[in-house]
Write a protein that binds this ligand. Structure first.
Ligand code: SF4
Ligand code: SF4
Ligand code: SF4
Length: 324
């Protein structure tokens, strides 16, 4: 292959120009982020009106046929009837966690206060797990945007676990034929005209289901409400006539999931900063757009690796050709 020194230097110079322009080479080759389908469905969790009853957590277990789990405790304190998981696991797809600070006297307050937070799959608009899976065992429904999993396609590589920026997919380590487990938005209930069990069971409207765009509009509306005023919060579904009047807390002015990693179909509101509630502070760009962009650009026809190798071989040849 006849690669001229000038051509090799052009590649290096091109990278340098991108850097000089304030654009990383990786940023320049990231593919455009995917957008949310028009009919995308979503869930919204409002921490300020969650009472920590964990009914959603239990309903999730029932809906997904999951066994109870026990937090590690001294044997005399273990009650086999309890479902008291410490975190998300292959048996717990939805968890309510508590935040406490100081004397934990006031709800929805960062200092000397407490709050609750719900964790499960965010159903990312541009999911890294789907992008990382080499056999398409994880798929994003093109109509609803729900991210589902096929145990028949999965080869157990666990790339999805490594790729997910929220640490959601869990692996069944104790099974002979293990699967990945994560919330699939109660996908099995849609076929019967149902909707997620967590939203269906929540008594306060802290978790509600609906079209993703309507939920985002509702979230933004709540951020304009005056603290200590009263608001009719929808219960179960955003379009249900079932509403409960509740006192408005002081919101953190951020809809978590509106922009994070390109947006998510599970969005959250809270009265305590999301970082204190254990949520990662992520950028707007989806990891999937960057990793796919790099792969597709770098390995397209193996042109770039071949050019780099040829350049290195040329440099080695030049520096050794007069060496006896
Ligand atoms: S939160 Fe993780 S598992 Fe869920 S869709 Fe996003 S990347 Fe996939
Ligand atoms: S949508 Fe279904 S699987 Fe997902 S957290 Fe809610 S109840 Fe659990
Ligand atoms: S059911 Fe509703 S109020 Fe109870 S813990 Fe779950 S989200 Fe909070």
């Amino acid at each position: 292959m006849d690669i001229k020194r000038r051509d090799f230097l052009k590649v290096v110079a091109g990278s340098g120009l991108l850097l000089a322009a304030g654009e990383s080479p990786a940023g320049a080759i990231a593919r455009p982020p995917r957008t949310m389908p028009d009919e995308a469905v979503g869930l919204m969790y409002d921490s300020t009106i969650c009472v920590g009853c964990k009914v959603c957590q239990k309903a999730c277990k029932v809906s997904n046929n999951m066994p109870p789990e026990h937090t590690q405790r001294p044997p005399e304190m273990i009650d086999a009837l309890w479902d008291n998981p410490a975190d998300l696991s292959e048996y717990t797809l939805n968890i309510i966690k508590a935040y406490k600070n100081g004397n934990a006297e006031v709800k929805n307050r960062e200092d000397n206060g407490f709050a609750f937070i719900q964790r499960h799959c965010m159903h990312c608009v541009d999911p890294a797990c789907v992008s990382a899976c080499p056999v398409s065992a994880l798929q994003k429904n093109p109509k609803t945007g729900v991210v589902t999993y096929s145990k028949n396609a999965c080869i157990g590589c666990r790339y999805c676990q490594m790729a997910c920026p929220f640490g959601i997919p869990k692996f069944e380590w104790d099974k002979a034929f293990p699967q990945i487990r994560k919330c699939q938005f109660c996908d099995h209930k849609f076929a019967e005209g149902g909707y997620p069990a967590c939203a269906q069971s929540c008594p306060t409207g802290a978790t509600i289901f609906g079209p993703a765009r309507d939920l985002l509009a509702e979230a933004k509306k709540r951020l304009t409400l005056k603290a200590d005023s009263y608001y009719d919060y929808p219960v179960q579904r955003i379009d249900s006539g079932n509403r409960v009047k509740q006192k408005v807390a002081s919101y953190v002015t951020r809809v978590y999931g509106e922009k994070e990693v390109g947006g998510t179909q599970f969005i959250m509101l809270a009265g305590v900063p999301f970082g204190r509630l254990g949520l990662p502070d992520l950028g707007d760009r989806p990891d999937a757009a960057l990793s796919e962009g790099i792969q597709h650009t770098l390995y397209k026809g193996m042109i770039a690796p071949a050019a780099v190798l040829a350049g290195l071989m040329y440099a080695a040849y030049r520096s050794t050709k007069n060496d006896k």
